[in-house]
Design a protein around this ligand. Structure first.
Ligand code: GDP
Length: 297
């Protein structure tokens, strides 16, 4: 890691306290400064940092110094618990439709990892549930995206529905869903187009697809390496599209995962999976407590 871990920082800031009986307000203030800096370095949004440090300091003042734990350890524990709570506490599974198919629509900016996630999730469900998914190629603006989805489909042995690039995505989805009904697919993944930036045309198209497909999941895929931008993207997609869950990709780098914390806090929507590499097996179910440990370092 490029920076000192939050745990180390807190222990450093607290080392003077070892012989005290109680954690004072001044002690907590000093620690909160460390926590604030560390979270900002880990790319957590400043508003989220503010709320978070307030909650931790409310709990930390007056902490009795126990024989068994140093004050720093106790504060680290409080920080860990609050981080885990902010991240959602529990793992949230994918929504499932009571009757087939369960429809999963992807959204996000170009390059976030949507197409890759379709392949990863489909493979995951085929393995864990014996699923028979249909993948719909709805990104008509980037011919390479359709090709990419077809290659993924071949790799995992799942059918891909495409109509090339001359038909509107809404029509492709309509016909793709009809095909899924005919073939009795139990999952349908809708890959959609992304742009480099959020724009009205993109959102309008996504809204139309959502209205037509009435998906069980509207997942937002965000690039975990984009830090603060990821928060803006998540806020905007959630406002316009009312997403049901988030997937944070590219957490295989040395990013701390601060984006995950911010996204969850700002949207209130659960993070369901994380992408940890380019391979189709690089998918992990999201665990709030593990992400908290990662942020703590
Ligand atoms: P889309 O435009 O949103 O469909 O994004 P793609 O699925 O095409 O992914 C964009 C690039 O990011 C590709 O080169 C992927 O291999 C890469 N990518 C996707 N997910 C991950 C991940 O979790 N880790 C890493 N390192 N690369 C990823």
């Amino acid at each position: 890691m490029a920076f000192e871990s939050l745990t180390d920082r807190l222990q450093g800031a607290m080392s003077k306290l070892r012989r005290k009986g109680k954690v004072s307000e001044a002690d907590v203030k000093e620690m909160m400064r460390e926590i604030r800096l560390a979270l900002l370095e880990a790319d957590v949004n400043f508003k989220v940092v503010k709320d978070f440090t307030k909650r931790v300091s409310d709990r930390a003042v007056g902490v009795e110094v126990l024989e068994s734990l140093s004050p720093a350890q106790q504060i680290v524990k409080i920080v860990d618990e609050e981080l885990t709570a902010t991240l959602g506490t529990e793992t949230v599974p994918l929504n499932k439709s009571p009757k087939i198919p369960t429809i999963i629509m992807m959204s996000g900016l170009q390059g976030a990892g949507k197409t890759t996630i379709v392949g990863k999730l489909a493979k995951h469900l085929m393995k864990t549930e014996n699923a028979r998914p249909l993948l719909i190629a709805g990104d008509v603006y980037r011919p390479a995206a359709i090709e990419q989805l077809k290659v993924l489909g071949q790799q995992i042995d799942a059918p891909v529905f495409d109509m090339g690039t001359d038909v509107s995505p809404v029509e492709i989805v309509r016909q793709g869903l009809a095909q899924a009904a005919e073939n009795k697919n139990d999952y349908v993944f809708i890959d959609t187009a992304g742009r480099l930036h959020i724009d009205e045309a993109l959102m309008d198209e996504l809204k139309q697809i959502k209205e037509l497909a009435n998906p069980d999941e509207t997942l937002l895929v965000v690039d975990g390496m984009t830090g603060q931008d990821a928060v803006t993207v998540a806020e905007s997609f959630n406002e316009q599209l009312d997403i049901s869950g988030v997937i944070v990709t590219k957490l295989d780098g040395d990013t701390r995962g601060g984006a995950a914390l911010s996204i969850r806090a700002v949207t209130g929507k659960p993070i369901k999976f994380v992408g940890t590499g380019e391979k189709l097996t690089d998918l992990e179910v999201f665990h709030p407590d593990r992400m908290s440990s990662r942020i703590l370092g």
